[in-house]
Ligand binder design. Structure first.
Ligand code: NAD
Length: 457
């Protein structure tokens, strides 16, 4: 079927009103959850094949996340869809005012390869909850996971409701957009491709959500609990071999605790991943040789304090700490998106701030400190999509927090109710009784200026 006929069928299906009822939406979410759980083993195997993820990691960061998002939507959908009453201004009395969330229509969701399952299906949950028809475009770089997701989606949904479209993004996405005007595009991936999508969407005045990347800084203050900081940073950084959009990209550690922090971090890496992470069974692999070569080329940008071993055939790169890294070296220019961690030291707040300001508006910002005043100063002075104090990446696991970037790290946010809002239009509704119907509001207006001034302004 051509894209045009597929999308025309989807438009007709949406227009039929089939997706409007809350019962329908809940049923679809339940069926999706059941099918995911039925395929849990296949999902685990696929993610092991694509990225060497362990079943525990898959549950926490992929399958469980989507199942949790579905459960939240099922529990709260009745409340989310309710029109929200707001007060009415004097001029409009005795009307009543409310905000009615309505589905956007037919939307496109495009996902990357690093969390290929949840980054495609988590937004889908919000889109279904809000009553939309959806075209899903998975990443072509995680083919085993893409194949399982296709099976799940096609088992649960008719393609006129939820369609699964695969292929090379650079040709598939423009073809889709040439055929059709989507009502929303939800894109997760690199900032470079995000710009391309934004331009294509602008041509059709299509609204977008862009979940992009960037260099997320992590500050370790002199008064931080070094042991806790090391454990939490290691957990966040080497999950999925560092291929996480919100991974701490580089560390800024206060010069007075630099050595003790480095020693502790090395100790933690050995505890978490053993002397030989290649054989520990729960350490990830790089997605492909292109990314592998890019990452290995960064090894020369600093001195290797720990790690540095790699194996191209296995797409394996050891958790690696780099010191003596120049701030204008290539590793400090682009998002690393892999298991290399530059550790830079700073002496003053201003010095650290000026390093962060070289890559403004990161997707996440992390600070480790025991001092509330320092914490406040950092949060106020580093604009970022999200932030954690004495933690890293876990903010994204709370569905009550909106997840998204700002500036070059993204436009818009989602998770939980925020996903529902992202895929809904907030329609303002004014309801006016036919009586009373004062003559004041109708022409002629001569002589009514003073009264109008009292009512308006
Ligand atoms: P990518 O931009 O290469 O690909 C993402 C998707 O875009 C894929 O489905 C791909 O097919 C499609 N695509 C590729 N080229 C295209 C083009 N020219 N036109 C239209 N579509 C195209 O991204 P990636 O390498 O797959 O992902 C890594 C990046 O994603 C990193 O920068 C990371 O920080 C970011 N990311 C962000 C989040 C977030 O939630 N903010 C999550 C994960 C990854």
């Amino acid at each position: 079927m051509s894209y045009l006929s597929l999308l025309t069928k989807m438009r007709e299906y949406f227009a039929s009103g089939a997706t409007q009822s809350v019962e329908f939406r809940k049923q679809q979410l339940q069926r999706l959850r059941d099918e995911i759980l039925k395929n849990e083993q296949a999902i685990n195997e696929a993610l092991y094949q694509d990225l060497h993820k362990s079943p525990e990691e898959v549950w926490v960061s992929e399958t469980g996340l989507v199942v949790g998002e579905i459960n939240v939507a099922l529990k709260q959908l009745d409340a989310w869809v309710k029109p929200r009453r707001v007060r009415t201004n004097l001029l409009n009395l005795p009307s009543s005012s409310s905000i009615l969330p309505e589905p956007l229509g037919v939307v496109l969701i495009i996902a990357p390869w690093n969390y290929p399952f949840q980054l495609l299906l988590n937004p889908l949950v919000g889109a279904i909850a809000a009553g939309n028809c959806v075209v899903l475009k998975p990443s072509e770089y995680a083919p085993a996971t893409a194949a399982v997701m296709k099976k799940i989606i096609e088992a649960v949904f008719d393609s006129s409701y939820i369609a699964y479209v695969e292929g090379d993004g650079a040709s598939v996405v423009p073809s889709l957009l040439e055929s059709f005007r989507f009502d929303h595009i939800f894109y997760t991936g690199s900032t470079t491709v995000g710009r391309i999508i934004y331009k294509m969407a602008a041509d059709q005045l299509t609204p977008v959500t862009l979940e992009l990347g960037g260099k997320s800084p992590c500050v370790v203050e002199a008064d931080a609990s070094i042991n806790v900081a090391a454990k939490r940073i290691a957990l966040a950084k080497w999950n999925n071999a560092g291929q996480i959009c919100v991974a701490p990209d580089y560390i800024l550690v206060h010069a007075s605790v630099r050595d003790s922090f480095l020693q502790e971090l090395k100790k933690v890496i050995l505890n978490f991943f053993t002397e030989n992470p290649a054989t520990c069974g729960h350490y990830g692999r790089i997605i492909n040789s292109k990314q592998f070569d890019r990452l290995v080329s960064y090894l020369k940008d600093g001195s290797i304090y720990h790690g540095g071993h790699y194996d191209r055939e296995q797409l394996y790169i050891e958790p690696t700490l780099l010191t003596e890294v120049a701030i204008d070296s290539p590793i400090m220019q682009q998002e690393i998106f892999g298991p290399l961690l530059p550790v830079l030291s700073y002496n003053s707040f201003e010095e650290a701030k000026s390093i962060i300001a070289r890559n403004p508006n990161p997707l996440a910002f992390y600070v480790y400190t025991e001092n509330r005043a320092h914490e406040k100063a950092w949060l106020q002075q580093v604009p970022a999509g999200g932030a954690c104090v004495n933690n890293s990446i876990f903010h994204l696991l709370n569905h009550r927090l909106p997840f998204g970037g700002r500036g070059t790290s993204g436009v818009g946010a989602y998770h939980g109710k925020y996903s529902f809002d992202t895929f809904s239009h907030q329609k303002s509704v004014l309801r006016t009784p036919t009586w009373p119907d004062p003559a004041l509001k109708y022409p002629p207006f001569k002589g009514k200026l003073n009264l109008l001034k009292k009512l308006i302004g």
